[in-house]
Design a protein around this ligand. Structure first.
Ligand code: CAA
Length: 296
């Protein structure tokens, strides 16, 4: 759990409404833990109404499962659902005390979102981003209150994974940091703190590991099955690195490797040519039906 020192008062300034931008896999999970665990009102925003409808179906299905497993009561399920508002309009974030952006990993898109949200939200609203590699300091530079901008990097699948990496930009205030780890604690997550450096902690370590597994396959050292089995049984991880790459999305893996390669200007982060080719082919992993393995 995350236990912040108290340099601010939660009673004078409680977080009541959490805005979540992006109803993809990450946004849905974040919205769920905000409503169910932290008991916040949640405004889930996406420009696509269909994504919002799918998000609520996904959330409802998970809640049904929790009730059937008796980890949630039927009453708590209904209360959790009643905390949600879905909308296609960013303007509906006006009443949020804390906004978590979980849009596609694209710097220009995130910059536009941050600029717009900063104009809509009230003074003091914390603007967090779930980016896995984009500079928090850069996103902070384009809003009205850079001291309120912070990185809050959840792991996929959010309802299952216990970690949130918290990243302070150059301008992030102590109060923003403390309120963020307080909220993450209420979501039942454990926090780690990273400097605003490419890949932060998780992807700085995980992506070169995955990239090396792909390169091992590319060089014909072993089959994909043997690479995955070696790491799964040999290092006791739930998935081998190639299965994990398919699960994360090969386009995401490549995008993060490119950030590491470009920002550190170090050849040890060079994306494997096989990873590049697979993304060119549109073999993006589980979401596209084909990656290192075939899906349905
Ligand atoms: N949402 C909610 N719950 C989910 C879920 C989802 N999307 N996916 C799986 N679960 C739940 C299942 O419902 C199941 O719950 P119960 O035990 O209550 O039935 C539980 O997780 C286990 O699932 P399964 O039995 O289907 O399969 P599994 O045992 O193989 O677990 C897994 C699935 C949790 C994904 C596990 O394989 C795992 O932990 N894999 C590694 C995940 C990982 O490394 N994530 C980090 C990726 S990196 C990242 O996110 C950062 C980045 O920037 C790229």
């Amino acid at each position: 759990r995350c236990l912040p020192p108290r340099h601010y008062s939660t009673t004078n300034n409680p977080i009541q409404t959490v805005g979540v931008i992006g109803a993809g896999q990450m946004g849905n999970g974040i919205a769920l833990v905000a409503a169910m665990n932290a008991k916040k009102n949640v405004v889930l925003v996406d420009s696509n109404q269909k994504s919002l409808d799918n998000a609520m179906k996904f959330i409802d299905k998970l809640l049904v499962k929790y009730v059937s497993k008796q980890t949630l009561t039927q009453d708590d399920k209904e209360t959790t659902l009643s905390r949600f508002k879905t909308t296609t309009k960013l303007d509906d974030l006006a009443a949020s005390d804390f906004v978590i952006e979980a849009a596609t990993e694209n710097t220009a898109l995130k910059q536009t979102i941050f600029k717009n949200v900063s104009d809509i939200t009230k003074q003091g609203t914390i603007l967090a981003t779930n980016t896995s590699s984009i500079s928090i300091t850069l996103l902070g530079s384009i809003v009205k209150e850079p001291q309120n901008v912070i990185g809050m990097h959840f792991m996929n699948p959010v309802p299952v994974m216990k970690l949130v990496e918290v990243i302070r930009g150059l301008a992030t205030s102590n109060e923003t940091y403390e309120r963020t780890i307080d909220l993450a604690g209420q979501m039942n997550k454990t926090c780690t703190l990273s400097k605003d450096s490419p890949g932060f902690i998780a992807n700085r370590i995980l992506m070169p590991y995955i990239n090396e597994a792909i390169q091992t396959l590319h060089e014909g050292i072993a089959t994909k099955e043997d690479i995955d089995t070696t790491m799964k049984l040999g290092t006791n991880v739930p998935m081998g690195p190639l299965t994990l790459a398919d699960f994360i999305g090969l386009d995401t893996c490549l995008a993060i490797m490119k950030v590491l390669y470009n920002e550190f200007a170090d050849s040890k982060y060079r994306p494997s040519p096989l990873l590049v080719k697979m993304v060119e082919a549109g073999w993006l992993g589980k979401k596209s039906g084909r990656g290192f393995y075939q899906y349905e």
